[in-house]
Design a protein around this ligand. Sequence first.
Ligand code: GLY
Ligand code: MN
Ligand code: MN
Length: 434
Amino acid sequence: MNIKEFARRRRQIMRMMGPGGIAVLPAAPVKLRNRDVEYGYRQDSDFYYLTGFAEPEAVAVLVPGRKQAEYILFCRERNPERETWDGVRAGPDGAVADFGADDAFPISDMDEILPGLIEQSDRIYHTLGVHPDFDQQVLGWVRQLRSQSLKGMHTPHEFVALDHLLHDMRLYKSRAEVAAMRRAARIAANGHRRAMRACRPGMKEFEVEAELIHEFRRHGTDISYAPIVGGGRNACTLHYTSNDAELQAGELLLIDAGCEYDYYASDITRTFPVGGKFSKEQRLIYDIVLEAQLAAIEQVRVGNHWNDPHDAAVRVITKGLKKLGILKGTPAQLIRDGKYREFFMHRTGHWLGMDVHDVGDYKVGDEWRVLEPGMVLTVEPGIYIAGGRKNIARKWWDIGVRIEDDVLVTAKGPDVLSRDVPKTAAEIEALMAA
Ligand code: GLY
Ligand code: MN
Ligand code: MN
């Protein structure tokens, strides 16, 4: 993403903060996986959103209206020896030259410099509770100032949660963000198609997972969350990730997998028959979920509220399950009693962006949020009938179906970013037969 995009975001958040405010954001800490092996480093989304700076051990400071420098970045110093091991660091000079910082200092000097900046401010914008070690550091700087109040030191009188402002900004995707999300969706879509083509009875779930990951990595992307590749009954375990069972002919395979391109996630689910052909019962359930998903996408319109797609999906699923005799009663009563939850136990979607379950409020006060252009959400209804339930005819057992797409709200209607993966039963069967 162009560095101008990050500068624009900083200007916008600083306008909202106003003079007298100071924002402090830490980079994500490095995490150990086992002994001295680290997890792959992923920058904190809020930090990256405002800086475009991907290194650990950094702190960004925004002081709107400060003459000498409004944007100050503390980061690791250059270190030829360490760089031989871990790769190049920007260093303070690089932070200014390449990342748009007005001023930059070694992170080791932060304790000396930052209290002086805080001292000149009335309000500290900081999100407490995300990085507890950093919270302690911030409180330490404030305590230090307070202890010197007799010497005339001034202490800010307000802590403000930065995420209220920042997460509302992140909810509305810019043109550049939509482009990144479109690409993330396209690459993930290719992965899903590749998995459909490769799937055969007798394969292990992880072999199909490998097809997806191959496609993600060959485009330089990574997974945006642990893929769910679940055949048969495993499709009914919502957060199944062991992905190590053998796939049987006659089963459905549910794949929920997305990639992260330039810090933006895709999140796609498709369900298809391991052997390439839906059985009669699988097809009946599949078509209800598909109808529910299309009805929900139809509701992704400017002016509708957050819950309209969910309500539409619930109506279709309840009516469909009643028609098959799986639910009994009138649809209106079944919906009032929430009976569909036995088979559709999650929500129809979530915001999508830098985080898979992206930031942004779903309600404003007591009211569901109204959809506006630039918001991106997933639409992912499902029906899950785990086997072994005596009150349900055996023919329905172990059918688990979810269909999930990534949808951009536009003035012209829903724009399905992940449209490149086949979705009707006929399209899926045709691809698998090719
Ligand atoms: N893959 C996580 C979700 O669908 O919400
Ligand atoms: Mn999702
Ligand atoms: Mn998903």
